[in-house]
Design a protein around this ligand. Structure first.
Ligand code: CA
Length: 338
């Protein structure tokens, strides 16, 4: 079997803008978007020292989105069209205000360097075709958009033409918020089937959104320890308990010092996460405050190399969209499958 589609995943909306004053942290938000792209699992072992800072932001409350860095400013909303004869991969993207130009890079999937850029395009460009491609090869593309006053936006895509299918990707631990196991039975079953179709062996755990993060992690560790060579990833679906850790202010605002969301906790199988030393009570938001024994961990730096890639799709507490959490999660899973 072959895959004849660009392998693109939408970015799960798991991070929220922070409230309060202007918070322009381009690299930070760009990397969050990268981490949130479930279909583009990063080798987290290479990044374990910084992942904690880059963990997704998922706070309670309805926050003011004004004066914030918008995701669409930091991303290029792109897609790919391919044809086998003549072999061609065409990148396409949406317009964006104040654009001044684009640059495009390509590398083979798995290579670690982008090298020099392949093309520089003007501000009105909406597509670029790569005619120097071979059928059966998996390519990764990076596009950077420059703007007059909105910073740079980035898009990444993995694409190929009739690329051989990956038969065995290893085991994925699928952790599902049990609030949705009834209402989304069909969508969750489809997700599991799709993952298996893509080469994953799936081990599923249903957990309560009010469970302790330590209990959730114990399930993941149990699965990992049963087959450490092959368990590769964790996929959190719904409002699976959110770990918080550290004493840091990754956006540079002093009033944000404290614990931040750290799903990477679920991917780090053998380090020591403690809750007995950080005593940080001055954060403006209660979510950031971190004291001994409150269930938020002390570690600002991930204790040891991360074993598992971690992704989350969580639609909790997003009232602005006018749909229930179950509706939004169901819509997302349906689109993911389609
Ligand atoms: Ca604590």
């Amino acid at each position: 079997m072959v895959e004849d589609q660009p392998r693109v995943r939408s970015v799960p909306v798991v991070f929220r803008a922070s409230k309060g004053s202007a918070c322009i942290c381009p690299a930070f938000f760009t990397r969050i978007a990268l981490l949130a792209t479930f279909g583009a699992f990063i080798d987290m072992r290479l990044l374990h020292k910084v992942l904690l800072i880059l963990a997704s932001i998922c706070f309670a409350g309805s926050y003011d989105l004004s004066a914030q860095t918008y995701g669409h400013d930091r991303s290029v909303r792109m897609w790919v069209e391919v044809q086998p004869s003549p072999a061609r991969i065409t990148l396409k993207w949406l317009t964006h205000s104040n654009t001044t130009g684009f640059q495009i890079w390509r590398k083979l999937k798995g290579e670690t360097s982008w090298g020099g850029s392949l093309a520089s395009l003007g501000s009105s460009a909406l597509e670029w075709s790569d005619n120097n491609v071979q059928v059966g090869i998996s390519y990764e593309y990076k596009i950077q958009r420059t703007t007059a006053n909105l910073g740079n936006g980035f898009g990444y895509v993995n694409s190929g033409i009739q690329v051989p299918m990956v038969e065995e990707r290893g085991t994925m631990v699928l952790v599902v918020d049990n609030s949705f196991t009834s209402s989304l039975t069909t969508q969750l079953a489809q997700l599991q089937t799709d993952l298996e179709g893509e080469g994953w062996k799936v081990v599923r755990h249903n957990v309560s959104p009010t469970a302790s993060v330590t209990s959730v992690k114990a399930l993941i560790i149990g699965t990992y320890n049963s087959d450490p060579a092959n368990v590769k990833a964790v996929f959190l679906v719904g409002h699976v308990p959110v770990p918080y850790s550290g004493n840091l202010a990754p956006d540079g605002h002093g009033e944000h010092f404290g614990a931040w969301t750290a799903d990477v906790y679920y991917g780090e199988m053998n380090g020591n996460w403690t809750d007995n030393s950080v005593n940080s009570t001055n954060a403006a938001w209660p979510e950031n405050r971190n004291v001994p024994g409150d269930g938020k961990f002390d570690q600002t730096v991930i204790p040891t190399a991360v074993e598992l890639a971690v992704g989350r799709v969580d639609m909790w507490n997003m009232p602005a969209f006018g749909q229930t959490e179950a509706q939004m999660l169901g819509n997302y899973l349906t689109k993911l499958s389609n």
